[in-house]
Design a protein around this ligand. Structure first.
Ligand code: ZN
Length: 133
């Protein structure tokens, strides 16, 4: 793994939270993107070298709906940049981590992604991200 690619924050309303985080960072989000397969609408903020992703559920079965029901709004996942996602998935499987995706799938912001079950990583949902070249 190379570095933290972004931190994902679950929110009830992108519209409301975009304003909150715009005030916090002093700058507006640079992109909004819906990821239909995940049932989420996302917005991205650039903060110096770092990225923050806000996630709002687009349907009641979305993982974000379930997360907010159980735990309320807040930090949802930490994403790490990887060079070769397949190799990294293979390595993590070998180390006994539970992967939530059989194969990498298309995520927001031009990435191939795979999630690691929080049960196998001390309660933290981890996302692997590989830039689609
Ligand atoms: Zn993410």
């Amino acid at each position: 793994m190379q570095k933290i690619e972004h931190i994902g924050i679950a929110v009830k309303s992108l519209e409301t939270s975009n304003e909150v985080f715009q005030k916090l960072f002093g700058e507006a989000h640079y992109k909004v993107e819906e990821v239909e397969s995940e049932g989420v609408s996302t917005s991205f903020f650039q903060v110096g070298p770092n990225k923050i992703e806000l996630l709002e559920a687009t349907n009641p079965d979305s993982p974000i709906s379930k997360f907010i029901e159980k735990r309320g709004e807040g930090i949802h996942h930490i994403a790490f940049d990887v060079v070769d996602i397949e190799a990294e998935m293979e390595r993590l499987r070998g180390e006994g981590f539970i992967l939530l995706n059989e194969k990498p799938k298309k995520g927001a912001d031009n990435k191939l992604v795979c999630f690691v079950h929080p049960k196998s990583s001390n309660g933290v949902l981890i996302e692997l991200c590989q830039e689609i070249r």
